[in-house]
Design a protein around this ligand. Sequence first.
Ligand code: ADP
Ligand code: MG
Length: 362
Amino acid sequence: MSNLKLSGVRKSYGSVEVIKGVDLEIKSKEFVVFVGPSGCGKSTLLRMIAGLENISAGDLEIGGKRMNDVDPSKRGIAMVFQSYALYPHMSVRENMGFALRFAGESKDKIASQVAEAARILALEPLMDRLPKELSGGQRQRVAIGRAIVRNPEVFLFDEPLSNLDAELRVHMRIEIARLHKELKTTMVYVTHDQVEAMTLADTIVVLRDGVIEQVGKPLDLYDDPANQFVAGFIGSPQMNFMAGTVTASGNSTVTFELTNQGKALVTLALSGPGPAVGDSVTLGVRPEHFGLQGAGGAEMKVNIDVVEHLGATSYVYANTKSGEQIIIERAQSRHEDDIESLTVSIDTAKAYLFDGKGQRIR
Ligand code: ADP
Ligand code: MG
């Protein structure tokens, strides 16, 4: 079994705490992605699992055994980094077999493990090349191959695709998803790219400033974010946020005026008690949850700034009366280039509401 359990895990560098108490369970064979802005502690947390950083407080278990003080080489893990760090004077075959040679494995065992990894990664035609004779994507595949040959219980990836160009990133993303399907091994993957997180993960862990903000399946985070940070981080283009002030509040509805619209009123249904009259709130609307005038829901007039037509969808970048920028997604649009303003309706059944501290009001 290769499940992981982190309990009250903390990390400090001197007096600065960078991981501030993380509790997390990762199931065996699960693909978990840590995502969050740069500097939030993703790499530190991964390196603590790997044993490359010591754990200041709390417990780490892998497969039911406490691992805090176990040597990295004995944790049953293999790690792939952003920089491939291949040995330049060794062929692909030698690079991939290096860790096994170092561990004193037999020639036959090394040859068969390397051949199996080469097959999985479609590296067979490249086995006798040197790293300098490979493209960036091929080098990263060799780096992954080096991890596979060790037959780990848990794979750890730290932004493995960040050095690749956009096209190759998409390609490698699909290869990593396929790899997980074939190997059925626990994988923990760090990225700052929410699209990578959405497309690869069984479970996403959103981190901010050393703290877990939310854990869930990709679409559950998208549909049901716990707070404004997760709502804004997951989804591209980003959710639109508009400031408002509560004017009426009941047990199952709230009405507020949108500051940016010269006090246009919006009413939302709630499942619990509403905030107090006079409270500041933030309305969140995803780009695809605007309709055209007359579609029902609260309406607002916006001035069009720029329109991007991507074919199946178009993004209308517009400004509200008070100058807040909002993005409206339109399916199959061939218009809006030659008009200056647009009245859109907010699908209030799909809108989100946040309190002054950014917590969801449901
Ligand atoms: P991420 O991978 O999410 O970008 P890191 O885990 O690399 O973030 O870093 C988290 C925080 O810890 C950052 O503020 C970083 O400056 C700090 N940090 C990382 N490594 C060290 C170190 N060796 N000494 C002091 N601070 C560090
Ligand atoms: Mg990092």
